[in-house]
Write a protein that binds this ligand. Structure first.
Ligand SMILES: [Zn+2]
Length: 190
C-alpha cells in the first residue's frame, strides 16, 4: 500500500497539455475553449494513487508568436488545474516553454530543459520518470532525456515515434505506467 500524502513521490510522470490533457484546438487562449479529454481525470487519479508526481510540460510558442502572453497561459493553466483538482487530480509542477522554434532555447520539446528543471526542483531523478503526450516532440523529448514515452493516440497502428507504448487515453496510459512502475520498482511497498 502507498502511504498517505506525506510519502515522498518516488517517480515523475510528465504530461503534455494540448492534445493530451485538453482538446487541442490550436493556440488556446480563452478558458471557454478548455475541454478536458475523456478519461483524463480517471487516469490522473490512478497515476497519483501510485505515488507519482504529475508534472505538466507544455510548449507555448503562441507567446513567442505574439498570439498571447505568459500571464494568459498561466491563467489558462490555473483554470485547467482548478477543474482537475476539483475532481481530485493533483499536479506537482507546471513547466512552460514560451519560445518559438527559431528562438534557440533549451526548453522547447523535443529539448529536455523543462524535464530537467522539474527533475531538479522535485529532486527526483529523470531515470524514474515517464512522459505522456500526443506528438512526436513529446516522445522525442523523452528519448533525448532517456525516458520512456507513451503516445496518446486513438490510432494505434499509424505512429511510430520510438515510443515505449501507445494508449488511447490517459486512463490506458495510467495502466501502462503502473506496469512500468512495478517493473522498475518505483512503487514503494510499505
Ligand atoms: Zn523554450
Amino acid at each position: 500500500m502507498i502511504k498517505s500524502q506525506n510519502t515522498k513521490n518516488l517517480f515523475m510522470i510528465f504530461v503534455d497539455r494540448d492534445g493530451t490533457l485538453i482538446k487541442d484546438t490550436g493556440y488556446i487562449k480563452d478558458p471557454s475553449e478548455i475541454k478536458i479529454l475523456p478519461n483524463t481525470v480517471e487516469g490522473l487519479k490512478k497515476i497519483t494513487s501510485l505515488g507519482a508526481a504529475v508534472i505538466m510540460i507544455t510548449n507555448q510558442s503562441g507567446i513567442s508568436r505574439g498570439y498571447f502572453d505568459l500571464p494568459q497561459v498561466v491563467h489558462l493553466n490555473e483554470v485547467i488545474m482548478k477543474r482537475l483538482s476539483a475532481s481530485g487530480c493533483k499536479f506537482a509542477d507546471i513547466q512552460i516553454c514560451p519560445h518559438g522554434p527559431n528562438d534557440g532555447c533549451g526548453c522547447r520539446k523535443p529539448k529536455t530543459g523543462l524535464l530537467r528543471k522539474a527533475s531538479k526542483s522535485l529532486n527526483i531523478p529523470l531515470n524514474r520518470s515517464v512522459i505522456v503526450g500526443d506528438r512526436e516532440t513529446d516522445i522525442a523529448a523523452g528519448l533525448n532525456a532517456g525516458i520512456p514515452g507513451i503516445l496518446i493516440s486513438s490510432d494505434k497502428s499509424n505512429y511510430n515515434f520510438g515510443q515505449y507504448s501507445t494508449a488511447a487515453d490517459m486512463l490506458e496510459a495510467a495502466y501502462i505506467i503502473e506496469r512500468l512502475a512495478i517493473e522498475n520498482s518505483w512503487i514503494l511497498d510499505v
